[in-house]
Design a protein around this ligand. Structure first.
Ligand SMILES: NC(=O)c1ccc[n+]([C@@H]2O[C@H](COP(=O)([O-])OP(=O)(O)OC[C@H]3O[C@@H](n4cnc5c(N)ncnc54)[C@H](OP(=O)(O)O)[C@@H]3O)[C@@H](O)[C@H]2O)c1
Length: 395
């Protein structure tokens, strides 16, 4: 069965859901039933990325485990982590608990080779899988080795020699078709809907197919689905490559924001990462899906009102005119042009009369019981995000 391609200027994408199969070897048998205990040896993927760097800080702060970070470019990863440690004043005793090992999600056995894969699989007791190729404009075919194959190999790792719980960082993009179809509410417990139209969303959907298949076989997996991950509420640091940062930057350049109807599920990166680590410490969270977002979505137009209140002088334009004006800017990289085309696929408008939001009842109940409040993405915080983006010369 083939799902339809998206017409337009976005890279053509198609997905064959019947080809997404979990190796029969990936099973918790014949090992004894897994029981929660505090992690001592953690494998973390994506540690050099925006969310992964924050996850690492939380793992160092909230556990006493050693953290082994798989990175395809170990030297760059070490530099990114050292910068992060310096920026956040991470003490030497915590830094010493981190090792970076060369590997890649895009190859069998995580590119570690059989001997190293086996040795690591014996040693590690808990996996946090945050690594992915995060490109909203690349086709599924380009992303699948990393995002789908990588998740497959993480699940193989989790069942090799001993059972390890996997905390899989998914995305609300995995269920974006619920927004497109105007299903009203997307519940944490609901079965996976059909995949979306963008290759990235399809790859996150396909990865979840594998993770759910592993769960059905008895592998202890937890699915964390962030929505839009905003910057750090403590430092104002933002992910400048993020699509909303880019749309904001383009809006500043043309002096107008797009008018668009979408309820953005959002949370700050510090809250998302702290919640993942805290939920992992609760045995009753294993096997569940969490919508790792604030209780209330942030409407797209309201976000831009807050950007205005933070001091940006912006008019507004209907989305088609905004796209045309943004694409007319000089010297735009091809990927930015594709991103402009993709705005309504990234943040689908509600079909008339069917505003849809991601329910986060289980997540909110869990973090509420831990006393963790979701930082509000208010005007002062957006003002700090804008300052941080300006420092990166994004706007
Ligand atoms: N940012 C968001 O708004 C958002 C929202 C929902 C879900 N998520 C999910 O959160 C996770 C982290 O996203 P992010 O925002 O931190 O993205 P990011 O900043 O782009 O980081 C991605 C990480 O994955 C690593 N990676 C990519 N390809 C790899 C490969 N072949 N082998 C090993 N590592 C590889 C990157 O390593 P390099 O440094 O070598 O590139 C980087 O460490 C992803 O699973 C994403 O789908 C993000």
């Amino acid at each position: 069965m083939l799902f339809p391609r998206h017409s337009g200027d976005i890279e053509m994408s198609c997905i064959r859901p019947d080809g997404i199969i979990l190796d029969p070897e990936i099973t918790p048998e014949p090992f004894p039933a897994w029981q929660w205990s505090p992690p001592q040896e953690i494998l973390l993927t994506g540690a050099s990325g925006f969310l992964g760097r924050h996850l690492l800080l939380e793992l160092l702060e909230r556990t006493s485990a050693r953290v082994h970070c798989v990175a395809r470019r170990p030297e760059r990863a070490r530099e990114a982590l050292n910068n992060q440690f310096a920026a956040y004043g991470v003490p030497e005793t915590q830094r010493q608990r981190v090792t970076v090992i060369e590997g890649t999600l895009a190859e069998p056995l995580l590119g570690l080779g059989a001997e190293r894969f086996d040795a690591m699989a014996r040693r590690i007791d808990t996996v946090f899988h945050s690594g992915a190729w995060v490109s909203l404009v690349a086709a599924y075919a380009r992303l699948q080795d990393t995002n789908v194959g990588g998740t497959h190999e993480i699940l193989r790792f989790a069942t090799r020699h001993r059972i390890k719980p996997v905390h899989h960082v998914s995305s609300l993009g995995a269920v974006i078709s619920g927004f497109m179809d105007g299903c009203g509410v997307i519940y944490e417990d609901a079965p996976l809907p059909r995949p979306g139209v963008l290759g990235y969303h399809q790859s996150k959907w396909a990865a979840e197919v594998l993770v759910r298949a592993a769960r059905e076989r008895g592998v202890p997996v937890t699915i964390h689905r962030p929505g839009g991950v905003f910057g750090d509420s403590r430092t104002g640091e933002v992910r400048v490559a993020d699509w909303l940062s880019q749309v904001t930057g383009l809006s500043v350049r043309i002096g107008a924001a797009p008018l668009h109807d979408h309820a953005m599920p959002v949370a700050t990166v510090d809250h998302v990462s702290a919640a993942i680590v805290e939920l992992a410490a609760r045995p009753d969270s294993i096997g569940h899906v969490f919508h790792n977002v604030n209780p209330e979505p942030l409407p797209f137009d309201e976000y831009f009102d807050r950007v205005r209140a933070a001091g940006c002088e912006l008019g507004s334009l209907p989305l088609p005119q905004w796209k045309a004006r943004a694409k007319a800017l000089p010297n735009l990289p091809a990927a930015t042009v594709r991103l402009i085309d993709a705005v309504d696929a990234i943040a689908p408008p509600s079909p008339a009369g069917h505003p849809t939001h991601a329910d986060a009842t289980r997540f909110q109940r869990a973090v509420g019981s831990l006393g963790m409040a979701s930082p509000d993405i208010d005007v002062p915080l957006i003002s700090r995000f804008l300052e941080s983006a300006a420092r990166h010369e994004t706007y």
